[in-house]
Write a protein that binds this ligand. Sequence first.
Ligand code: ADP
Ligand code: ZN
Length: 617
Amino acid sequence: MILFIRTLFVLAVLLVLGGSAAVFWHMENRLPPLSYNEFLTILEKDEVAEVRLQGGQISLKDTFGREFATYSPDVQALLPSLLEKGIPIYGRPDHSSSLLLLAELVVPVMLILLVWYSILRRQTAEESDADGKDGKGRFSPQQMRNPVTFRDVAGVPEAKEELLEVIDFLQRPKKYSRLGAVIPRGILFQGPPGTGKTLLARAIAGEAGVPFFSISGSDFVEMFVGVGASRVRELFKEAKKQTPCIVFIDEIDAVGGRRSAGNMAGGQDERGQTLNALLVEMDGFATDDTIIILAATNRPDILDPALLRPGRFDRQITILPPDIKGRLQILQVYATKLKLSDKIDLETVARNTPGFTGAELASLMNEAALIAGRTGDSAIRPEHVEAAKDRILMGVERKGLVISEKDRRTMAYHEAGHAILARSLPETDPIHKITIIPRGKALGHTQQLPLTDRHAYTREYLLSRIKILMGGRASEEICLNQQTTGAEDDFRQAVDLATKMVCQWGMTDNIGPMSYIRDDGDFLGEQLSRNAYSEETGQSIDREVKGLVESCYREAKEILTAEKDFLVYLADMLLVNETLDHEEMEIVYECTSKKRLESGAGNPSDDGTLCSVSSAV
Ligand code: ADP
Ligand code: ZN
């Protein structure tokens, strides 16, 4: 629709330009007038060279090359004498040029009016009832053929508990209004994407059996100022017709972002108007309007405080990625829908997927089903789930990528470096898998999986993490005496972590227990805490971060130098097998120790024999 209007608008502008050009052209061509008598005189003097006739109008060129125009009361009578003198005559159909001009101007003006009208129509929410083709308006509750219920949402027991009351209210509003109780109008779900906020909102509607209106915050923000506000009014008008009902606003931060003073860009203005309209609607509910507004955001920190005031979204429910029990429950929900082999132990899957959100678990199971389908299996087996997990965590395997032997070697040493540090440092997550099969952006991967979900990270853990990240480059330097670009992402993550340790988590002595939040992305033109510290502090932060990362790098290098034989061995094994899991890595370690014992402190790879792991895999 917008595109259509835009095209229309451009067309109109072009036509107006064309029209005016045509007018000017006509003016340019307007010849000096000549009286009919004068014309006859010139004709008699045989000074006419050429004549153009159009209607009663005569344009002529005389023998000196001058051009004139005149008007003849009776052209027919003139023709014989022109013919007699042998003057060339050019006739033109009698389009009155004024008519042409009129058309050229009227059409674009009408077009512009049309565009204007459609914009006006879009802006006036009152008129847009006729807009929807189904006669129901733009907003109609979503058809719930298979309503989602609480049974489909797993792993969020606290949220469900809180929402039971809301469902009861939607089903029996009288029970509460009789007592004079005011039920919260707005409930805000906050949490990372994919944790099931939308699903939960749907489930409430499904459980209560009420219509569900849904819109996303970004739908409100459009190119025309004022459209967002009218959409809000339109939405609530529809909703009020069908009470009791649920209105769900996804990504509310798109409209409800903090209205910052000062730098009000055009988009901000539109957002402000939309937000105001939303607030007005929320405040304007009659007590007997049984409408519950649910909203979801993953950026609660940037919401305008006006939204969170009592009577608006005064109830907030935080939904976090599920813990192992939650993951198991979610997996069980999907297990009923899929064909799993008996070998799959959902508890193992749950344990091996820390940090996965509901959406990621759903896509894990779906991906596994797809892989099983592709390989022609009749049920999903553990290896399908494992392959699906690799795909989700590390990206699609890049089978077509041709990697030179030299690059493979680099990757093998790089990953072996990460892995050995992960194995030998304190407070690290166990290695799950090392691979030099390129996936996604990376050429190799060392995957660690925590035994349990971690909620708070110790300084020790974070330091180990940075050292592990440094291990890739350190190993390349020790064994291959080279620096490659492969460490780019490792460094970025390490510096990120170190910066947070210094600025946010108060983990260094020189800066101390302070919080200096560095500019995180300048979201929505906010300038929250930039320059919240002096330049001097800034410099010592930089020094501290650098020192931290560098000391980690040094230590990583020391450890790897001490374990060089293990490193070389592990890299060799990786080159042969491409992927090693936890047990295989342990076997390599045992072999290294054995060789060490046998040959004193000698380097085991010197004798050229490889450990027996290669055949074991
Ligand atoms: P959000 O709105 O928080 O971004 P969604 O509700 O859109 O997340 O979740 C996307 C999909 O992930 C859902 O359709 C559902 O398939 C799955 N999902 C997410 N959380 C859960 C959960 N707790 N239980 C079951 N499925 C879930
Ligand atoms: Zn790396």
